[in-house]
Unconditional design. Structure first.
Lengths: 322, 692
């Protein structure tokens, strides 16, 4: 049999290595830290370059029981959604590498309230955190500044920074030793621009995670995929402003899709609701992992299991084993 | 068929009475008529810069009894207080009852004094010899009077005289060789064979003129024109024998914003006077798209045609007065302008220019008689509209390419014509490629809250102190106030002022690279206003209107989009031919806007490429310069045609490379700072200083 030489691309760029969380020795209280990034080739091309570590999975928990989540999700988690500390523990047990704490929008949301919630979560887990505000510029700033101070030195990721609202969050990250998540609307240039804006404020690129935004399967995922792929290609080609590890939120996106949300009034051929919804989240997430995601934020514990399984296979250098 | 029990509602198309205040005009109009159209019928002039699309809010009127008498289709840009006060957009409001409409004082458009009447001499790139270059001639003729022996008709007699006229005064254009042959052989044989034609209206005057002036006249003859290069010659007019001192022509550039005109003596090639005026179409739309939309409305095309002709006639009148002649003594006119302007002048419907696949009715229109267009030069004179390349690269660019002489050199040249549309051409004497992008009117002061044209009271340059964030600025002064030693209060910010302001805000850190205002600086000038974040350039007490002059975040975004579009345009143009911008040897900037740009500031915001300053040349109105060359020299006229024909047109909307380049350019100065080394240096200096 003739020998076939697999062609290899020579890349001169590398994805930045970014560590989430800080142990006591590092000035925080986390039991462990999680490092992402460091790739020197396209996803899982072990024969060509380094894929030093698997993509991390974050599980999203919210400060109170979500009002807009699918019953399928709420049922899977059960009563823990009533209590953020219990939910956090359950998420850790479900296999999360990182906990994403998302504040929801309600009247009681205040800086003090946010501090208390953060305290509960920090006490409930030793995993590194990502903390997202409710998604309204002024409230995000209030909440995240308080949270950053309360969790000083914990080295968690504050989000979401956008090009219209990033200064306050970045300043809080700078002052209290955290990272930020830079979210832009599915565009290579916008992603680069926000990284530049944030680093212009003095936050080192080693403390920025970028979130190029994505859509769920069937809802623009291919566009997000292509943007992520192009960002990663630029990073490997040596463009310093695209070398941030990428965080994406396939859980949030997939559970917004009709296929995941709707249990009634859909064609019978769509099959079992829960299975379909989990498939939707799993397929969205695994596709994004293939396009270079370093952190995927998921919602359903079963999806976590399946995505983890896929990542394990992709990371085993001998290829598919089972 | 009405079913029993169903009441049929009758729709009544009734007449209502509309009274306009303060003029007091009253008119009857039918239900459903637009207020703007009723106003037009009574001759009231409402500004509609958006072309009547309801976007700009400038045609707002106050309707008493606003409740029942009208229906507002759109209330965009009106606040709820405005609505309570009875305000309505004239272009979006239909009549449903008797109303009284109060028309607020309409903003008058002022002329920039410096562009009109300037005295800089114009240097032609060739030595003008009318016998060699000019197609319209003045021929002194002496005819043998008819007699019983020679009963030749007047016309043949005239032709015979022309054939035996001094050979130096008549020749033949050899289109094959592209050269002008002095005619020695063709008609000197006395056989009287000259191919001459005339319109009926000219013929009607021949007999009288010849007899009145005793068989000695001056003939104004158009020997050839581009669509009849081999003749026949055309008799335009017969003049009394004394009139041989001047033969007048006019070169015109119809800009979307400004119309400019040269009055030229075709005997000497000298520009006798210049005149410029805002295009009268502005009140019906500030950009070409608004005008195209307006033209598609009920008789909008006719109105726009007569508006621009009105502007041209006004300029002719003004120029002629200064030269102490009558406009009817002008026998030749050459017109440059973008494709939409040329369509509107000729009365050609421009709608297909706006719609995919973006095609004009004609790129190379035939000459038209002045009388057919309503232009008040000699009625049988030809108005020659120069050829364009495509819908958005018009005759102004083909004329500009020749006017700027970019084709005369092997130096790789980028030619930019920056206006509401940015048109650009890259190439040298061997090849040309062009494209166009819409920059929007921001750099002309429109679409910006306190933007204005470069007239008296406009802030035209701004400096910001890097520590206090306080601005200093220069205002275009009112000569009367200046003479009295008084400062001119500011009224707004013009294009060059906006470029300078944007650059200063960026370099001093008042805004970040994305144009966000930095509230952490603690300056009272950076605040949240009614329209979002803003920077106060002038406090109310320094302004004419008595309110603060500001630049808002929305304005900043508009400016960044405008500069991004232009930069993206020429980067894609260069990419398409595999050329790096640093290889460009000359950047020629045309368009009246260009004259006032500060290169350093324009580079700092990423509007112009970061090249050594000596590579930039501001040429002023290159389209008008091209029209002048075409007016004087048929070889240049031919070159413009060849440039239009030979230029490659790159359609930027055909793929996504423009969009990529555009989003990359939506940053100060650019996402790739490496493309702007001089700006990177300035920023590094600034950061060093702030560390100290």
């Amino acid at each position: 049999m003739p020998t076939i030489e697999v062609p290899k691309e020579k890349w001169n760029g590398k994805v930045r290595e970014i560590t989430l969380g800080a142990t006591a020795a590092e000035g925080g209280t986390r039991a462990k830290t999680v490092t992402v990034g460091g790739e020197t080739t396209l996803p899982f091309l072990h024969f060509e370059g380094e894929i030093p570590r698997p993509p991390a999975i974050a599980i999203e928990v919210q400060d109170r029981k979500p009002v807009d989540w699918s019953p399928v999700l709420l049922e899977a988690w059960g009563d823990v959604t009533e209590d953020v500390a219990a939910w956090t523990k359950a998420a850790a047990e479900a296999g999360a590498d990182v906990i994403l704490l998302k504040f929801s929008l309600h009247d009681e949301l205040s800086p003090d309230y946010a501090r208390q919630v953060l305290r509960h979560v920090l006490d409930a887990t030793g995993l590194p955190l990502i903390v997202f505000g409710p998604g309204q510029a002024d409230l995000d700033n209030d909440v995240l500044v308080a949270v950053a101070e309360e969790g000083k030195g914990e080295n968690f990721v504050l989000g979401v920074c956008e090009d219209k609202n990033y200064r306050t969050i970045v300043a809080a990250a700078l002052a209290h030793g955290h990272l930020v998540n830079a979210r832009t609307a599915m565009d290579v240039n916008l992603a680069k621009q926000l990284n530049i804006l944030i680093s212009d404020m003095g936050l080192p690129l080693e403390r920025i995670v970028m979130d190029p935004t994505t859509g769920a399967l069937g809802y623009g995922m291919e566009y997000g995929y292509s943007v992520m792929e192009r960002l990663r290609l630029a990073a490997l080609q040596g463009d310093g402003m695209t070398q941030q590890p990428m965080l994406v939120t396939p859980g949030e996106e997939a559970w917004r899709a009709k296929e995941a949300r709707a249990g009634e009034g859909v064609p019978q051929a769509w099959g079992d609701w829960a299975e379909r919804a989990i498939n939707w989240e799993t397929l969205t997430a695994s596709t994004l992992v293939e396009s270079g995601a370093d952190i995927v934020v998921l919602r359903h514990p079963e999806s976590v299991k399946r995505v983890r399984g896929m990542i394990d296979v992709l990371m085993s250098k001998s290829g598919v084993t089972s | 068929m009405a079913l029993p029990g169903n009441s049929t509602r009758r729709i009544i198309i009734a007449e209502h009475s509309v009274r306009f205040e303060p003029s007091g005009q009253t008119v009857q109009a039918r239900t459903g008529a637009l207020i703007s159209e009723i106003a037009r019928q009574v001759g009231l002039d409402l500004n509609m810069p958006c072309g009547g699309q309801g976007r700009c809010g400038r045609c707002a009127v106050i309707v008493q009894d606003g409740g029942a008498g009208i229906r507002r289709r759109s209330t965009l840009r009106l606040t709820s207080e405005d609505l309570v006060a009875g305000y309505a957009l004239a272009c979006q409001t239909v009549l449903e009852g008797d109303v009284v409409v109060t028309v607020p004082v309409q903003e008058k458009i002022e002329r920039r004094l410096v562009t009109d009447k300037t005295a800089t001499p114009i240097v032609l790139p060739f030595t003008y010899d009318p016998l060699q270059h000019q197609s319209v001639r003045l021929l002194p003729l002496t005819l043998d009077p008819p007699s019983m022996v020679d009963q030749t008709d007047d016309w043949s007699r005239l032709k015979r005289a022309m054939a035996s006229a001094p050979s130096s005064s008549l020749g033949q254009w050899d289109s094959g060789n592209g050269t002008w042959m002095k005619q020695e052989s063709a008609a000197d044989d006395g056989t009287g064979v000259v191919d001459l034609m005339a319109d009926l209206s000219t013929l009607r005057r021949v007999g009288t003129m010849l007899r009145q002036h005793n068989w000695a006249v001056n003939a104004v003859v158009e020997i050839d024109i581009w669509d009849r290069p081999d003749g026949p010659a055309r008799l335009i007019d017969l003049l009394p024998p004394g009139r041989t001192e001047h033969l007048w022509g006019a070169a015109v550039d119809i800009g979307t914003t400004t119309v400019s005109l040269y009055l030229v003596d075709l005997l000497t090639g000298e520009v006798a006077t210049k005149a410029a005026e805002y295009n009268g179409q502005i009140k019906r739309g500030e950009d070409v798209i608004s005008r195209i939309i307006y033209a598609s409305k009920n008789d909008g095309l006719g109105e726009l045609q007569s508006l621009v002709v009105g502007t041209i006639n006004e300029l002719l009148e003004r120029a002629a007065r200064r030269a102490k002649i009558s406009p009817s003594e002008i026998y030749k006119m050459v017109v440059a302008g973008n494709s939409t302007m040329i369509h509107l002048l000729l009365g050609l419907p421009p709608s297909s220019i706006r719609l995919e696949p973006f095609v004009t009715t004609i790129n190379h229109p035939p000459p038209a008689l002045a009388s057919d267009l309503g232009i008040n030069i000699f009625p049988q004179a030809n108005v020659d509209c120069l050829p364009g390349v495509a819908s958005y690269v018009g005759a102004d660019i083909s004329a500009g390419v020749i006017g700027s002489q970019m084709c005369d050199s092997s130096a790789l040249t980028l030619f930019l014509d920056v206006g509401t549309n940015g048109e650009m051409v890259l190439g040298d004497c061997d090849w040309l490629i062009s494209c166009a992008c819409s920059a929007g009117p921001a750099f002309e002061g429109a679409g910006v809250r306190d933007g204005m044209r470069a007239t008296v009271g406009a802030i035209e340059e701004v400096w910001i102190n890097g520590e206090t964030y306080e601005p200093t600025y220069r205002v275009i002064s009112n000569p009367k106030l200046e003479a009295q030693g008084q400062p001119t209060p500011s009224r707004g910010i013009c294009g060059s002022g906006l470029i300078s302001l944007l650059s200063e805000m960026f370099i001093t850190g008042v805004i970040d690279k994305a144009g966000n205002l930095n509230f952490d600086l603690g300056s009272s000038r950076i605040r949240r206003g009614e329209h979002g974040p803003e920077y106060v350039v002038a406090w109310a007490d320094q302004t004419e209107q008595g309110h603060d002059i500001v630049i808002t975040k929305v304005d900043i975004d508009n400016l960044i989009r405008a500069k991004g579009a232009i930069y993206a345009g020429f980067t894609v143009l260069a990419q398409s031919v595999g050329i790096d911008l640093s290889m460009v040897e000359r950047v020629l900037i045309g368009g009246s806007f260009g004259q006032y740009i500060n290169i350093e500031k324009a580079v700092q915001i990423g509007l112009l490429p970061d090249l050594p300053w000596e590579k930039f040349h501001f040429l002023g109105n290159t389209a008008l310069q091209g029209a002048l060359l075409a007016l004087l020299n048929r070889e240049y006229r031919q070159q413009i045609g060849e440039a239009a024909q030979g230029m490659t047109y790159l359609e930027l909307s055909a793929d996504n490379s423009f969009y990529e380049a555009f989003t990359s350019a939506l940053f100060l100065p650019h996402t790739e700072l490496a493309q702007f080394p001089s700006v990177a240096e300035v920023l590094a200096d600034r950061d060093m200083q702030s560390v100290r």
